[in-house]
Design a protein around this ligand. Structure first.
Ligand code: TYD
Length: 207
């Protein structure tokens, strides 16, 4: 059966670089997969993404923000995630529901349970099979994004350090709430070690 695999973590946790290498392994071993990201993943989702992340949308209400993320997610499920899983194609996603729980639920303060409720409705209770949480000191993460000049800086990147500390705490709490699907990766390790750790677990699960 195909797996729904998500990658989560704070800014500069190295998710995107690790995902590139992991998908290369899938390609080389002819493991069927699609790769996607949130917010976005579909043309409608990308339009919603632009509204959420625009640097001039500072007056956005927090609940509006959470609902927009959930709306983008729903479209992503309908157009991409559900059809691929149904066709037995593994779905790898850079961020999904846990981002909303950590960012809007915990860090913004809406509450994990409130944001979970919105998302249970939007996703019809579709949870990932496996979630890699790339855990790294906020300081290290922010240093990494400051050095990566090619990366676009969005509205959420511009939040203060304490916000990013809360995001990390939120994920740590989620890893305790969902021990069966969560795998905590020590993301301060060199990229190759991080990738190998993920592949070790994936090889066990994808048979
Ligand atoms: P992106 O540039 O994709 O960030 P990254 O490279 O860190 O994955 O921007 C997505 C931003 O949106 C990121 O700061 C996390 C945030 N986010 C939420 O706050 N809630 C969500 O539900 C999702 C999917 C993302």
């Amino acid at each position: 059966m195909a797996l729904f695999i998500t990658f989560e973590g704070g800014e500069g946790s190295g998710k995107s670089s690790a995902i590139k290498k992991i998908t290369k392994y899938f390609e080389e071993h002819n493991i069927p997969f699609i790769i996607s990201r949130e917010p976005g993943g579909t043309p409608i989702g990308e339009q919603i993404r632009n509204v959420i992340l625009a640097n001039n949308n500072n007056e956005m209400d927090i609940t509006t923000e959470a609902l927009l993320f959930a709306a983008s997610r729903r479209q992503h499920l309908v157009e991409k995630i559900w059809p691929n899983l149904k066709n037995n194609i593994n779905v790898i996603c850079d961020r999904y529901l846990d981002s909303s729980l950590a960012y809007q639920g915990y860090a913004r303060g809406l509450g994990i349970d409130t944001v979970l409720e919105i998302n249970q409705y939007a996703t019809e209770n579709t949870f990932p099979d496996l979630t890699f949480f790339f855990d790294v000191d906020v300081e290290i993460g922010l240093d990494r994004i400051n050095q990566n000049h090619e990366r676009e800086v969005n509205r959420l990147d511009l939040e203060k350090r304490t916000f990013h500390e809360k995001v990390r705490k939120g994920y740590q709490e989620l890893s305790k709430r969902y021990p069966n699907r969560y795998v905590v990766i020590d993301a301060k390790m060199p990229l190759d070690d991080v990738v190998n750790k993920c592949l070790e677990i994936l090889k066990e699960r994808i048979k």
